[in-house]
Design a binder for this molecule. Structure first.
Ligand SMILES: Nc1ncnc2c1ncn2[C@@H]1O[C@H](COP(=O)(O)OP(=O)(O)OP(=O)(O)O)[C@@H](O)[C@H]1O
Length: 338
């Protein structure tokens, strides 16, 4: 098997909590014991409710967030053991990051030509002439006319700005693109165009992609594998085609059951109660306080990793959902108790 582009092993990210702008004694468990690999050409989708650690995971994958514990390996090399300069070069050349809002991600005072040249200048790529040529190639790659090079990011539409942000992320020819909510700040009318562009680029450049979004049906459409996060933990990792019907973790089931527009909808499973605080995650399985299947063992210990028949399908649950089961009675009992 070839070495993955990036591999996380037992990665934890713990922040100091803040209140009214000041640090408190509490700790925020943003990411806990994350294991994940991303290989060449594959797209890994990340889903979960707000605050479950999706962006933290994305930031760890592009070396923007140092783990409190655990290792992040790029092509087998431990990223955080590299000297700062080499780490920046490794991250800059191997990964590209596309954020939610291109208006804030791009320097507004620079013409688009310079926005795209910036990473090439910083990394000292080629001659000035070659950099100019690369700028033209990048505009072409993302479907923008050459004339756009001379205007400011604020002078193009939101969809075009996101195309510029994607071009910038691809400037150094990375193998891995991290797209963190890449369409949520865009008009509905241009979202599909940006998603199609990402799919085309993935094919054309054999890019690996990590696609983070609240829009679960889009994640499923874009991805080969779907990672479900809950309270900082990866609770399930499944082939996209197995989700939602073959999902084994109750949380993945519940999350997808609330999603309109899926090809094979499943029975609705309401998520009861709020997500617990990331400063005081429940003992054992983090989802147990909202799970209709929870028993004493769920409070006592974090489930270890189980594998399903499906290739690469893993989950952490003491009472996984069986294929085809709906648990409707248990769900309605849990609702009555809450
Ligand atoms: N710098 C920080 N300091 C303190 N807490 C943080 C920091 N960054 C993130 N957090 C907390 O870590 C947890 C995970 O945050 P993260 O942004 O990764 O979640 P998310 O799933 O991306 O959320 P959303 O979907 O709303 O963007 C949250 O509880 C968040 O408040």
């Amino acid at each position: 098997m070839s070495t993955p582009l990036v591999a996380l092993k037992d990665v934890h990210v713990v922040h100091k909590a803040r209140s009214g702008g000041l640090f408190t004694r509490d700790r925020v468990y943003a990411l806990t014991a994350a294991d994940l690999t991303v290989s060449a050409g594959e797209t890994v989708g990340v889903v979960g409710e707000s605050g479950c650690g999706k962006s933290t995971l994305a930031r760890v994958l592009v070396g923007l967030q140092k783990p409190t514990q655990g290792t992040v390996a790029f092509g087998g090399e431990d990223l955080w053991k590299l000297p700062t300069g080499r780490r920046r070069i490794a991250v800059g050349r191997q990964t590209g990051l596309v954020f939610q809002d291109p208006s804030t991600a791009l320097n507004r005072r620079l013409p688009i030509r310079q926005v795209l040249r910036d990473p090439l200048d910083v990394h000292g790529v080629g001659t000035v002439r070659e950099r100019e040529k690369r700028v033209s190639e990048l505009l072409d790659l993302v479907g923008l006319p050459a004339s756009v090079a001379n205007v400011l990011p604020s002078q193009v539409s939101g969809g075009q700005r996101q195309r510029v942000a994607i071009a910038r992320a691809l400037a150094l020819g990375p193998k891995l693109l991290i797209a963190d909510e890449p369409t949520s700040a865009l008009d509905v009318s241009v979202r599909a165009q940006i998603l199609n562009l990402l799919l085309d680029l993935k094919k054309q450049l054999n890019l690996a992609m990590v696609f983070v979004s609240h829009d679960i049906s889009t994640v499923r459409r874009m991805s080969d594998r779907v990672v479900t996060m809950y309270l900082g933990r990866i609770v399930e990792e499944a082939p996209a085609l197995a989700v939602p019907g073959g999902a084994r973790h109750p949380y993945t089931r519940a999350l997808f059951s609330a999603t309109p527009g899926l090809l094979s909808p499943i029975d609705p499973i309401p998520l009861v109660g709020p997500v617990p605080s990331a400063t005081r995650p429940p003992s054992g399985c983090p989802f147990r306080t909202r799970c209709w299947k929870a028993t004493d063992v769920c409070a006592a210990e974090m489930p270890s990793v189980s594998t399903s028949d499906e290739d690469g399908h893993i989950f952490r649950c003491h009472h996984p959902v069986l294929n085809g089961a709906t648990d409707l009675e248990l769900i309605s009992q849990a609702q009555e108790r809450s």
